[in-house]
Design a protein. Structure first.
Length: 255
């Protein structure tokens, strides 16, 4: 075929191709990202192996948070074959290890590995908070158990924020996270929406929050920065795509 028979860009992803890496058990990131994508943007998902954390032994759970490792680089090598313009990581808890400085260093290493913009969930949440004016007092909801909630709260404190609440739903396995009823999630946010809280945060990419973000914001009267919305929003904005997207809360609608 001659050169004039080819388009200058991908026929469907003519504005951007976004690569996505998720754990093998994650069933929420892919459909939520598909619902968020503007015209001319395509998502390309790769799954990585990740060992399940024990839920019946908090000492082992804590150790797993600190030491568990997946095959992220192997997954990225395969994903990069489709030549995405950026990569969004659909797995959040590892990005909350240590402090903000560590997260920045790890994101830098992943960008060097990919030679592309790489969206880390924890840092995408920070970017979302900065976009809405850096409200300091936070209420954080996760699907996790106390050791993970404490780790996440410490990470936000290292970035200058004040987690008033860091509360987990104590789900009993990665697949069960995607099965939590919407009314349970909404009620959990309402329970941590105390007077001093200025913004709500969602961590845990397999918890189905994106589609009910606007309902939660209406009920609580405060902005909700959810991990999947924030990570995908960060990827779009990093690529210069400024579309305002309705139905998923104020961050992606107004910023």
């Amino acid at each position: 075929m001659s050169a004039e028979q080819y388009l200058p860009r991908d026929a469907l992803g003519y504005r951007a191709k976004i690569g996505v890496v998720v754990p093998g058990t994650n069933t929420i990131v892919q459909p939520e990202y598909e619902a968020l994508k503007p015209a001319g943007v395509t998502n390309h998902v790769m799954r990585m192996l990740l060992p399940a954390r024990p839920y019946d032994d908090m000492k082992s759970y804590q150790q797993a948070l600190e030491t568990e490792d997946g095959n992220l680089e192997d997954a990225l090598r395969t994903l990069l074959l489709c030549e995405p313009d950026a990569v969004a990581h659909g797995h959040s808890i590892h990005s909350f290890r240590g402090n903000v400085e560590r997260a920045l260093a790890e994101q830098d290493e992943l960008e060097k590995f990919c030679k592309l913009p790489f969206m880390t969930p924890s840092l995408s949440l920070l970017a979302g908070l900065e976009a809405i004016g850096k409200p300091r007092n936070l209420a954080i909801l996760t699907p996790y158990w106390p050791p993970a909630d404490e780790m996440i709260a410490a990470w936000f404190r290292s970035g200058g924020y004040n987690p008033v609440h860091s509360t987990g739903l104590k789900t009993v396995g990665p697949l069960s996270v995607a099965m939590v009823r919407p009314e349970v999630i909404i009620a959990a946010f309402e329970a941590i929406n105390t007077a001093e809280v200025e913004a709500l945060i969602h961590v845990g990419t397999n918890l189905p929050v994106s589609g009910i973000t606007e309902a939660i914001e209406r009920r609580c009267g405060k902005p909700l920065i959810g991990v999947n919305v924030a990570t995908y929003w960060a990827a779009l904005r990093r690529l210069g795509i400024e579309d305002r997207i309705g139905g998923f809360g104020m961050l992606v609608r107004d910023h």
